[in-house]
Design a protein. Structure first.
Length: 247
């Protein structure tokens, strides 16, 4: 999913910022770096500043235009440190990251960073669906390019981790089918008879009460696997005891 998130530096002028950006991305499990008309790249300074993230630099896609870098993207978010005469729909960093992570499930998305001195131009922002601004001191709101990348990359990392945890919980919470429940009840009844807790000649209402109990519990697949594992362990232990007694 994260490989679908393109981090795009538009007309970067300082190779050190490019290298620091690569490091920031790799810190946060991001690898897809696009450079639009970089002023000085490739550069030894960029490699030195990458500090272990040279692979991100080596795989960076160099583009001659922003249109080229955004080809195939269905969601584009630009960064801006200042208000514009015409306002774009704005997101805070957390919501921006969530939008990117969600969008990456459907295909390529892009997060744009403008030139160090001027940021993104209005024409470049015209290609964006949203704009994100990192809150900072109003008296000194301009962030270093690599620092801005690091902050938003961290938010993306958090959003992706949250999405993965939610997906895992959703998987664990999948309800058990009626067929699976019937097989569980058969297994449970078999074990209860084996340990002499249930007399098949005089079952009374035991199984019906247990069925009502587990139906109320609404087991998910994880819980069902635990219950079936317990029953199987009881059967193995009972078989071992029976074998020992015969000896």
């Amino acid at each position: 999913m994260l490989s679908n998130i393109r981090i795009v530096l538009v007309r970067p002028t300082h190779p050190g910022n490019v290298g620091a950006t690569a490091r920031a991305l790799k810190n946060m499990s991001l690898r897809t770096l696009y450079l639009v008309a970089p002023e000085d790249y490739p550069s030894r300074e960029a490699t030195d500043r990458a500090v272990g993230a040279a692979d991100v630099l080596q795989s960076a896609v160099i583009c001659g235009s922003l249109d080229e870098a955004l080809r195939g993207c269905h969601l584009v978010i630009g960064t801006s440190a200042r208000a514009r005469r015409i306002e774009w729909p704005a997101l805070d960093p957390g919501i921006c990251a969530q939008r990117l992570v969600e969008g990456a499930r459907q295909g390529p998305v892009a997060l744009l960073f403008g030139q160090e001195r001027t940021g993104l131009t209005n024409a470049e922002l015209d290609l964006c669906h949203f704009v994100v601004t990192i809150p900072s001191d109003k008296q000194y709101s301009s962030l270093n390019l690599a620092a801005a990348v690091q902050i938003l990359a961290y938010e993306i990392y958090r959003a992706a981790a949250g999405a993965a945890a939610s997906a895992m919980e959703a998987g664990e919470g999948r309800p058990v089918s009626s067929d699976d429940m019937q097989r569980f009840y058969q297994h449970l009844e078999e074990v209860l008879q084996q340990i002499d807790f249930l007399d098949p000649a005089n079952p009374r209402l035991l199984m019906r009460r247990l069925m009502r109990l587990f139906n109320r519990a609404a087991l998910d697949h994880n819980e069902m696997n635990i219950m079936r594992g317990i029953l199987t362990a009881i059967q193995k232990h009972r078989t071992k005891l029976d074998n020992n007694s015969k000896e």
